[in-house]
Structure formats: structure tokens, C-alpha cells
Design a protein around this ligand. Structure first.
Ligand SMILES: NC(=O)c1ccc[n+]([C@@H]2O[C@H](COP(=O)([O-])OP(=O)(O)OC[C@H]3O[C@@H](n4cnc5c(N)ncnc54)[C@H](OP(=O)(O)O)[C@@H]3O)[C@@H](O)[C@H]2O)c1
Length: 333
């Protein structure tokens, strides 16, 4: 098939283009090309989606069997893409996010019934969680309203694997690969969900091939954090190590942030308001063809990527070795 990826130069959209090429499709990537090269075998059409009405002019008159859009923050981009190529596309995938949900406290919710944030129809000035989620809601609405064909609205949770630029899940295989005493948040029974970038890319290309329609979450079944860390250690062949549990109260007192950012512990989402954040019911996604690989495989590919970036670099997420050592000393005291 002829596949248009709006993106294709970094992480997920690049993986989608790669899978498309591997399956023998004619893959066109439309991006500026500033984030990196498109995969070998794909064609780059240079566009700048901030370039006003004529931004997608280079795609005028082109026909595609399937289109994949990863627009992150700007519903106008989504509307413009639909106006430019929506009328000559057989299938449309919009990569949304589980950030669309208004309630992260209730476990067991599913994509069909969970309540959404109010839509944000214009690009928000700041990337707050609600603005990001609201922009994704408005983008999904634009696809539903404007695309006259089968549309796959896929809502990933945390995407992990090689090529991740956020440094979040990668903290754990990188840290475990150093061995020794590893500070971990409790409870280790906390439900944890994520998706490997390659599993998501395969599912997105499948969806285009099969013309799958509908709205789905894209994460694995909820697994206890302790199991995720153990499988991550296995996948990265971590040397001898000991998990040293730290309570939410201790971590908060010592200004360790949950989830992301510097001085954080990724995969940690404390508080009752997040009890459902990584506890979605994803049976409908598996029934619609999503496949998720063993965590150890994701850990191995993520660790390879981490090593290529440099394990001692300044991270965008996680603790530095010094920060962790200080916290362990405090905990021992
Ligand atoms: N990472 C996560 O854990 C996570 C979780 C949930 C949902 N998501 C969603 O998953 C998707 C991830 O997509 P991604 O990994 O491919 O990364 P991305 O950073 O969302 O997308 C970047 C793509 O858009 C292109 N782009 C950026 N600015 C552009 C412009 N002005 N004009 C044309 N193209 C432009 C980039 O190419 P150039 O820079 O080369 O132009 C690149 O190919 C997003 O929709 C994100 O919201 C991510």
C-alpha cells in the first residue's frame, strides 16, 4: 500500500515508517527533516506544518491507502492534514494519548467509556498535562468529524524502546545495568502499563492494512511495578543488585518527582488520583490485534539505546548517580 506518515524522523513515527518499508509498502514521510533522517527505503517530502495554509502543498493531488498522523499539540495541524489529503486517503490513523482522560483515579476504565478532558481546539501556549490531553481530544474530534472513512484513534500510554527521547522508562534498564543498591518507589505492587514502540508501530501499520476503525488504548495489561523492574533487570542482564524500597512520604520529603523530569523516579505515580492511570482495561485492544512483547525484550532494546546515548549523560528523567547515593544514605540514616 501507499502509506503517508506525517512525521517519520523520530521515535514512534519513524518506527511506523520502518515497519511500513519492511513490509514492502511505499512509504512517504512528510516532515521538516530536522529531527533526523527517515528510514532507508522511505521518501521524505519536506513540509513545515507551521507554514500556514500552503504548508502541505507538496502533498497536493497525492493519493494514499493509509495516513498516520502523530501531531502532538496542534489540532489545527490535524485539520489542515485532513483538508489536504483526507479526501484521497483510504484509512486514517491518529496517534492520540491516554492523557485524554479526565479521571486517572479509577482503575479498570476502558477507551470506549472513560470520560475525556474538555477539548482544546487551538495549540495551547504551554505543555501542561490538561492542555496536551485537551489538544489530543480536539484532534481526535477533528478526525471523527472530517474523515469520511475508517479511522483508527490510538491512545498510547508511556511508549518505551529504542529511540525514546524522554529518558523515562530507559532510566530503569540503565540504572539496573550498574548493579548495586537501587532506590525504588513503593508499593512495588502498583499497577504499571506501557507499550513498546515496535509493538505500537506494528499495530498501526496492521490497522492501515486491515482498515481497522475505532478508538483504543495502546498499553500492555497492568503489571505490578516489582514484576516490571525484575523483568527489566533480566532483559538487560543486570549484574548483582538489591532493590531498596523508599516510601512515597520519604521521596516526597526529599523532593523526588514522580513520572518524569530531572530528580524523578519514572513509572512512579503516587496518590489516589493516579490509581487508575496505569490500570486500564485493554482487553478490547488485544481483541483488535494489539500484541505486546515480553518486557525483557523491551528492556534489552532500550538498554542498547541508552548505551548508545551514554549511561553517564545528564538525563531528562530519573536520578543522577549522586542524587541516588545521597538518598540511599538518608534512607540508611
Ligand atoms: N512518548 C510517549 O510516551 C507518548 C505517550 C503517549 C502518546 N504519545 C504520542 O505519540 C506520538 C509520538 O510521535 P513521535 O515519536 O514520532 O514523536 P513526535 O515528537 O511526537 O513527532 C515528531 C514528528 O513530527 C515532525 N514535526 C515536528 N514539527 C514539525 C513541523 N513543524 N512540520 C512538520 N513536521 C514536524 C517531526 O519531524 P521533523 O522535526 O523532522 O520535522 C517528527 O517526525 C505523538 O503523537 C505523541 O503525542 C507519546
Amino acid at each position: 500500500m501507499r502509506l503517508l506518515v506525517l512525521g517519520g524522523t523520530v521515535f514512534l513515527s519513524r518506527a511506523v515508517a520502518e515497519v511500513g518499508v519492511r513490509r514492502g509498502h511505499d512509504v512517504v514521510c512528510a516532515a521538516r527533516g530536522t529531527s533526523g533522517p527517515v528510514p532507508d527505503g522511505a521518501t521524505l517530502v519536506a513540509v513545515d506544518r507551521d507554514g500556514g495554509e500552503a504548508a502541505l502543498e507538496p502533498l497536493a493531488g497525492e493519493e494514499f491507502d493509509a495516513v498516520v498522523d502523530v501531531a502532538t499539540m496542534d489540532p489545527e495541524w490535524v485539520r489542515a492534514a485532513l483538508a489536504a489529503v483526507g479526501g484521497r486517503a483510504g484509512h486514517w490513523t491518529f496517534v492520540s494519548s491516554m492523557s485524554v482522560y479526565a479521571d486517572h483515579g479509577t482503575p479498570g476504565q476502558n477507551a470506549a467509556t472513560a470520560r475525556l478532558l474538555p477539548p482544546v481546539h487551538r495549540r495551547p501556549p504551554e505543555l501542561t498535562p490538561d492542555a496536551y490531553g485537551g489538544a489530543k481530544v480536539a484532534s481526535e474530534q477533528a478526525v471523527t468529524e472530517l474523515f469520511d472513512g475508517p479511522a483508527f484513534l490510538v491512545r498510547p500510554g508511556l511508549i518505551v524502546g529504542a529511540g525514546d527521547t524522554s529518558d523515562r522508562y530507559g532510566y530503569w534498564p540503565a540504572r539496573l545495568s550498574r548493579g548495586g543498591r537501587v532506590l525504588v518507589p513503593t508499593p512495588l505492587s502498583a499497577p504499571t502499563q506501557f507499550v513498546d514502540v515496535l509493538d505500537l508501530a506494528e499495530w498501526i501499520v496492521d490497522a492501515g492494512e486491515r482498515r481497522l476503525a475505532g478508538t483504543f488504548d495502546a498499553v500492555c495489561e497492568p503489571l505490578p511495578l516489582g514484576e516490571v523492574l525484575a523483568a527489566t533487570a533480566d532483559g538487560g542482564r543486570a549484574p548483582e543488585h538489591e532493590l531498596v524500597p523508599a516510601s512515597p512520604e520519604f521521596l516526597e520529603k526529599h523532593e523526588v518527582k514522580p513520572w518524569s523530569g530531572t530528580r524523578s523516579l519514572p513509572l512512579w505515580t503516587p496518590g489516589p488520583e493516579y490509581e487508575g492511570f496505569m490500570a486500564h482495561d485493554v482487553s478490547a485492544s488485544y481483541a483488535a490485534g494489539m500484541r505486546t512483547r515480553p518486557i525483557a525484550e523491551s528492556a534489552a532494546s532500550t538498554l542498547e539505546h541508552e548505551r548508545a546515548l551514554g549511561l553517564d549523560r545528564e538525563r531528562r528523567a530519573g536520578l543522577s548517580a549522586d542524587e541516588e547515593a545521597e538518598l540511599l544514605a538518608e534512607l540508611d540514616a
